[in-house]
Design a protein around this ligand. Structure first.
Ligand code: HEC
Length: 124
């Protein structure tokens, strides 16, 4: 019993993607929904904080952006999983966030968006 639980866990860990599997081009289109409020350039805060090199970053950590208390205290790391959950249901992941976005409805949009964001990462 315990052994099989470990097997399932091990398999789950092996199959969880370290790299988003979506389509970068479609993801760029999905990002249009975010663009009104977010830029991908460094130090370019709009209504929302810049999403420059967002993947792997700490939540609430962009210099000079006034976060809600909820986001400032969230203590998340924006890996593919937390980011995917957040853009699906922002208010479930960070209750009280000031991000006025209802969430992406389709899992495919989320995968594509993550692939696009990953493709825009800049190594420093
Ligand atoms: C209507 C404006 C608006 C839209 C549209 C929007 N956001 Fe946001 N976003 C914000 C605001 C404002 C915050 C700061 C939230 C807070 O402080 O609670 C934020 C925060 C974030 C954060 C946390 C950043 C950090 O520094 O911790 C991420 C990630 C994010 N948004 C991603 C997205 C993505 C991806 C989309 C498109 C699918 C999107 N947002 C659409 C306004 C928006």
């Amino acid at each position: 019993m315990i052994k099989s639980a470990w097997m399932i866990l091990a398999c789950a860990m092996l199959t969880s993607p370290a790299w988003a599997e979506g389509d970068i081009k479609s993801g760029k289109k999905v990002f249009k929904k975010c663009k009104a409020c977010h830029s991908l350039k460094p130090e370019d805060n709009k209504v929302g904080p810049t999403l420059y090199n967002i993947i792997g970053g700490n939540s609430g950590s962009v210099e000079g952006f006034r976060y809600s208390k909820a986001m400032a205290d969230a203590g998340l790391i924006w890996d593919l999983e937390t980011l995917g959950d957040f853009v699906t249901k922002p208010k479930d992941v960070v209750p009280g966030t000031s991000m006025a976005f209802g969430g992406l409805k389709k899992p495919q949009q989320v995968d594509d968006l993550l692939a696009y964001l990953q493709s825009e990462m800049v190594s420093e």
